[in-house]
Each structure stands twice: as structure tokens, then as C-alpha cells.
Design a protein around this ligand. Structure first.
Ligand SMILES: O=C(O)CCC(=O)C(=O)O
Length: 251
């Protein structure tokens, strides 16, 4: 929890941050972390041991505390401090609505236990996909460094992907996006590998009224490198991981 003297003012619940234009349910908080916190996390990402990075064809990523094997988290160590504080405590401090518990109250571990760090230089994206059955269906994404659009897609009647996104969500640096329920299970999400997001307007961006910035009013977002932290609760955690952890002196 943030101390009462924290200059940081989060909403008292997620309800005012609901993206009304989307099916249930998605929430967007533009100012979820401060510029200093963003800088400190980016420093940790950049100075992580080289072995932490997995290089894909166009993108590189880190997984904390480890990869999944057959949808199971093998390493049950807690998240490192820099991924835990302040982000997890803030997520858990946010009730879905006044008087209700937080998003993870009913998840198996009551909190996110896994983080993917994805780095997207300009012209880099991620193919439309669903996150599948390994996770509790709540995804919390913190964006760092630059803005970009996350596209939401629907499958056509014949099961093929409709290549035209049904919605676009603009994610600014330091923002938190939460997607859950139908948005988790029924829709695909992806990021186009382009250098600039175009045609950005009130008509085309689902979370327009919740954005911090007005610098997109010319309809263009020139991308810089954007790093994302994706927090989820992996349903299955290996008991073997626990045993190995204590045997080798891990916390
Ligand atoms: O980086 C993002 O915002 C999306 C990441 C994503 O879709 C995933 O890790 O499954």
C-alpha cells in the first residue's frame, strides 16, 4: 500500500475507469505509476542479466519468476521487489467497485504470480492471440516508455480471424490496462508492427475519455520503444518448484 503521504492519487475503485465502449470488462488508469517509478523499473528491465532475455524474431521478452511448462509455473519464487512494489500492491488495493474486493480476490493465489516483460521497438508488434487457459482470466498490463495501440479482434463465423480490429485501446506510458471476462475469453488481442499509430481520435479509440494526453489530437502516435509488464495469476504452480526453491535456499 502507498503511504498516506504519497503524492499518488489512485481512484477509490475501478468503476470510474471502466472503458464503457468495450464489452465487459476493461479498465484504464492513465496515471498508475509516477515518472520516477517508471524510470526505476525501466532501469531494472534494462540491467537484468542477459540470460533473462529471450530473443524472438522481432521482439525480446523476460519472464518472471520463470517460463511456464505445460501451462504450469515451475518456479514458485515470489516476484522480485521491483516488479512487486508498487505495482502489485496498487492493483490489490483497487476494489472493482466501492465495497467490493479487488480483481484477484477469487483467483487461486489471490494475486498475480507471473509477469511477462515485452519490449516493442517501433515496427514491432504481437500477432492477434488469446491468452488461453493457463491463467486466471484477469490481465493487468502496465506500459512504460511510449504509447501504442492494442487492437481487439473477433473471429468470423467460420472461425477465421477478421483482420480488421473491432476496437483499439491506446496505452500511454505509466498506464494500467485491465482486461477480463468476455474480453479475455471471446476476443483476440494484438499489436500491429508499425512505426506510428494513425487515425487516432475520439471515434476510433475505445478509451479516449480516460486518456491523460492530448498530444494525439493530430491523429498520430509516433512510436518509440514501449515496454510492457503483463501481470497474471498462473493457475497451476508446481510443488516441485517449491521443493527445489527451499532446497537451494530460495525464499
Ligand atoms: O504487450 C502487451 O501489451 C501485450 C502482451 C500480450 O499480448 C501477451 O503477453 O500475451
Amino acid at each position: 500500500m502507498d503511504p498516506p503521504s504519497s503524492p499518488f492519487h489512485l481512484p477509490t475503485s475501478l468503476e470510474p475507469c471502466r472503458i464503457d465502449a468495450l464489452p465487459p470488462a476493461a479498465y484504464y488508469i492513465a496515471d498508475f505509476i509516477s515518472e520516477e517509478e517508471e524510470e526505476a523499473i525501466l532501469h531494472k528491465v534494462e540491467t537484468a542479466p542477459k540470460a533473462r532475455w529471450r530473443q524472438l524474431t522481432h521482439r525480446r521478452l523476460q519472464t518472471w519468476p520463470s517460463d511456464l511448462v505445460k501451462d504450469t509455473l515451475l518456479d514458485s519464487r515470489p516476484l522480485p521487489d521491483w516488479l512487486e512494489t508498487p505495482i502489485v500492491s496498487r492493483i490489490l488495493s483497487l476494489p472493482v467497485a466501492d465495497g467490493e474486493p479487488n480483481m484477484f480476490a477469487d483467483s487461486p493465489h489471490g494475486r498475480p504470480n507471473h509477469v511477462l516483460v515485452n519490449e516493442y521497438p517501433p515496427n514491432t508488434g504481437i500477432m492477434p492471440h488469446k491468452d488461453g487457459s493457463a491463467y486466471y482470466p484477469v490481465v493487468c498490463t502496465v506500459s512504460l516508455g511510449s504509447s501504442l495501440c492494442l487492437n481487439l479482434y473477433k473471429s468470423k463465423e467460420d472461425g477465421a480471424l477478421d483482420p480488421e480490429p473491432v476496437w483499439r485501446i491506446l496505452q500511454e506510458p505509466r498506464s494500467l490496462l485491465i482486461t477480463t471476462a468476455d474480453l479475455y475469453s471471446e476476443y483476440l488481442h494484438g499489436i500491429e508492427p508499425i512505426s506510428a499509430d494513425v487515425d487516432i481520435s475520439e471515434q476510433t479509440i475505445a478509451n479516449w475519455s480516460l486518456l491523460r494526453s492530448s498530444v494525439f489530437r493530430d491523429g498520430l502516435n509516433q512510436r518509440q520503444t514501449r515496454t510492457s509488464l503483463t501481470y497474471r495469476d498462473v493457475l497451476k504452480v508446481s510443488k516441485l518448484g517449491n521443493k527445489l526453491g527451499s532446497r537451494f535456499g530460495r525464499s
